[in-house]
Design a binder for this molecule. Structure first.
Ligand code: CP
Ligand code: NVA
Length: 305
C-alpha cells in the first residue's frame, strides 16, 4: 500500500504520517544492519551549490553501503554554472543516473529539476527546507525519548530552512513544536500555516513566540541552528545582535526539563547560537544526530530509488 517508487523528496508536506514512520523504522533497521546490495548498480548524482560536510559524506557513504555509487558534482564545475538550464540538466542527468540529490539556494530550482527529469530528486537543503536533516532529527529524538507524539521540541533562533522542516515533520508526527524567534526572524508565514494545518489533523501543535524563556519551560528538546545561514553572510553583524538573546545556553537548559536533549544540525558556532558548555555538555546529542543523517538518508534512497 505504501509506495515510494519514483517519488521526490522536496518537503515532508508531500508525505503521510505512516510513510514517514515507515522510513524511520527502516532507518532503525539499517542502523543495525548497514550493508546490503539494495541499490547495486544504481548511481546517485549529488549537486552542490553550497558547502557541505555531513550531507556530502553521508549520502556518498550511504550509497556505498547500499551497493551503489554516488557522484559528487559541484555546480561551479558543471555547465549549470555556465548557464545551462536546470531543465536541460534534469533531462540529461535522468539519462545517466537513478536519482539526484541537490543542495541549492532556491526551492524553485528543486521543483524545476523534479518537473523536468524522470528520476527522484532529493533535497539536500534549499532556502526553505532541509528535509533529510529533519528526518535525522526525528530519529534522534525517538532514540532519546522513545516516542515522538507529544514531545515538546523547542527550536530557538532564526526561523530558517531547518526550523521550517522541523515544523512540518513535527506537525505530521504529532510533536509539540515551539519556535522562538525575535521579531523579523520568524518562520515564513505560509510554512507556519501549512504546519498548523498538518498539526491539526495529526494531533501536534505549532507555536511561534518571541519569548524564548517561556518557550523553554518543560522542553523535552532544545534545538539550535546557525544565526547566519549560507548565503546570508552580509547580514552577519545584525543577525548576531538580534539573535543573541535566543542563544542555547545553560540558563535555557536549566529552564527545560532536567533530561532535555540538546540538538544542533551542525556546523556549530560555539558562544554564538550555542555555548560550548551546552553543546559539549551532558544533554547534547549532536553527534548521534549527525550520524543519523546517514541512516535516514539510506532509508530514503532505498525507498525512492
Ligand atoms: N547539517 C548539515 O546539513 O550539514 P552540512 O552542511 O555539513 O551538510
Ligand atoms: N540553516 C543552515 C543549515 C546548515 C546545515 C544554512 O542554511 O546554512
Amino acid at each position: 500500500k505504501i509506495s515510494f517508487q519514483g517519488r521526490h523528496l522536496l518537503t515532508w508536506k508531500d508525505y503521510k504520517r505512516e510513510e514517514i514512520v515507515h522510513l524511520l523504522e527502516r532507518a532503525v533497521e539499517l542502523k543495525q544492519k548497514p550493508y546490503s546490495e539494495a541499490l547495486a548498480q544504481k548511481t546517485l548524482a549529488m549537486i552542490f551549490e553550497k558547502s557541505s560536510t555531513r550531507t556530502r559524506v553521508s549520502f556518498e557513504v550511504g550509497m556505498t553501503q547500499l551497493g551503489g555509487t554516488a557522484i559528487n558534482l559541484n555546480s561551479r564545475d558543471m555547465q549549470l554554472g555556465r548557464g545551462e538550464t536546470i531543465a536541460d540538466t534534469a533531462q540529461v542527468l535522468s539519462r545517466y543516473v537513478d536519482g539526484i540529490m541537490i543542495r541549492t539556494d532556491s526551492h524553485q530550482k528543486l521543483q524545476e529539476l523534479a518537473a523536468n527529469g524522470n528520476v527522484p530528486v532529493i533535497s539536500g537543503l534549499c532556502d526553505i527546507y532541509h528535509p533529510c536533516q529533519a528526518l535525522a532529527d526525528m530519529l534522534t529524538i525517538y532514540e532519546q525519548k522513545e516516542k515522538l507524539s507529544g514531545v515538546k521540541l523547542v527550536y530557538t533562533g532564526d526561523g530558517n530552512n531547518v526550523a521550517h522542516s522541523l515544523m512540518i515533520i513535527g506537525a505530521i508526527l504529532g510533536l509539540e513544536v515551539v519556535v522562538a524567534s525575535p521579531p523579523g526572524y520568524e518562520p515564513l508565514g505560509f510554512v507556519t500555516e501549512n504546519a498548523r494545518e498538518l498539526a491539526e489533523t495529526n494531533g501536534g501543535s505549532v507555536t511561534i513566540t518571541a519569548d524564548v524563556e517561556k518557550a523553554a519551560e518543560d522542553a523535552d528538546v532544545l534545538y539550535a541552528d546557525v544565526w547566519t545561514s549560507m548565503g546570508q553572510e552580509a547580514e552577519e553583524a545584525e543577525r548576531k545582535k538580534a539573535l543573541f538573546p535566543y542563544q542555547v545556553n545553560q540558563n535555557l537548559v536549566d529552564i527545560a526539563k532536567p533530561d532535555v536533549s540538546v540538538l544542533h544540525c551542525l556546523p556549530a558556532h560555539r558562544e554564538e547560537e550555542i555555548t560550548a558548555e551546552v553543546i559539549d555538555g551532558p544533554n547534547s546529542v549532536v553527534f548521534d544526530q549527525a550520524e543519523n543523517r546517514l541512516h535516514v538518508q539510506k532509508a530514503i534512497m532505498e525507498a525512492l530509488l
